[in-house]
Design a protein around this ligand. Structure first.
Ligand SMILES: C[S@@+](CC[C@H](N)C(=O)[O-])C[C@H]1O[C@@H](n2cnc3c(N)ncnc32)[C@H](O)[C@@H]1O
Length: 217
């Protein structure tokens, strides 16, 4: 990891991650045997809401595996009933848990190829709870394989700008792509999620970033 530094007015500093401060999830969802030991790439989606993206992604990427985590019960239940209507999706693992707790205790370093953070809560009043400013980010990047990708989407311009800045200047991630789009300029395949659809229909601009882990220690 790069040493904490500063650029302009932004102090880049994130406390070290302390595994002992993260309690294990109340119930560790059973992981089907072999799911994590596959030769196929394993991807992760944090905060997948009602599950549009995981169902579609797993359907379109039958040669990959996806773990999709959602902690709000009502949303998870909608996702889960959608999942049950797709019994062929053996490459998708829905998890009802807090992602920080589950990932910390269930995933090994370097096991993930991609991680999706699609429309996370922007935390306007609690900057330290934004994903790229949390100590947990050290852990999340540790679970990504070298050259692994982190895909983040948001409808908040300031959140997007901040994530880009922290990704490059603090986390030493390579920016592979940074896009902004509206309902009339959206790339093929969008909307991907329930929130993305809602924001675009309201006339908002959405943004996404595709980041690559270079050599995060
Ligand atoms: C704004 S919603 C976006 C949902 C979905 N990605 C979409 O775009 O439609 C953010 C979601 O992240 C979930 N979430 C936030 N923090 C989480 C955590 N620590 N673990 C699991 N889910 C989390 C929330 O419950 C919520 O469903």
């Amino acid at each position: 990891m790069l040493p904490a530094g500063s650029k302009g007015d932004v102090p880049y500093n994130v406390r070290p991650f302390q595994v002992e401060s993260v309690a294990p999830p109340t119930q560790l969802t059973e992981i089907p045997s072999g799911f994590l030991n596959s030769t196929e790439p394993i991807d992760l989606e944090i905060g997948c809401g009602v599950g549009w993206h995981p169902i579609r992604y797993a359907t379109e990427n039958s040669d990959r595996r996806l773990i999709a985590i959602e902690h709000t019960r009502e949303k998870f239940e909608k996702f889960h009933s959608r999942y049950l209507r797709h019994p062929n999706l053996t490459n998708l693992l829905p998890i009802h848990a807090d992602a920080v707790r589950w990932i910390t205790h269930a995933l090994k370093p370097g096991c993930l190829s991609r991680c999706f953070l699609l429309y996370p809560n922007p935390e306007p009043k609690a900057v330290n709870r934004r994903w790229l400013r949390m100590p947990f980010m050290h852990k999340l990047l540790e679970t990504l394989a070298r050259d692994g990708e982190l895909i983040l989407a948001t409808n908040e311009q300031t959140y997007f700008d901040e994530a880009k800045e922290w990704a490059e200047n603090y986390w030493n991630l390579e920016i592979l792509e940074a896009r902004s789009f509206s309902d009339s300029t959206k790339p093929l395949g969008i909307p991907r999620t329930h929130f993305e659809k809602k924001y675009l229909e309201r006339g908002e601009i959405c943004h996404d970033l595709r980041l690559r882990k270079k050599n995060h220690a």
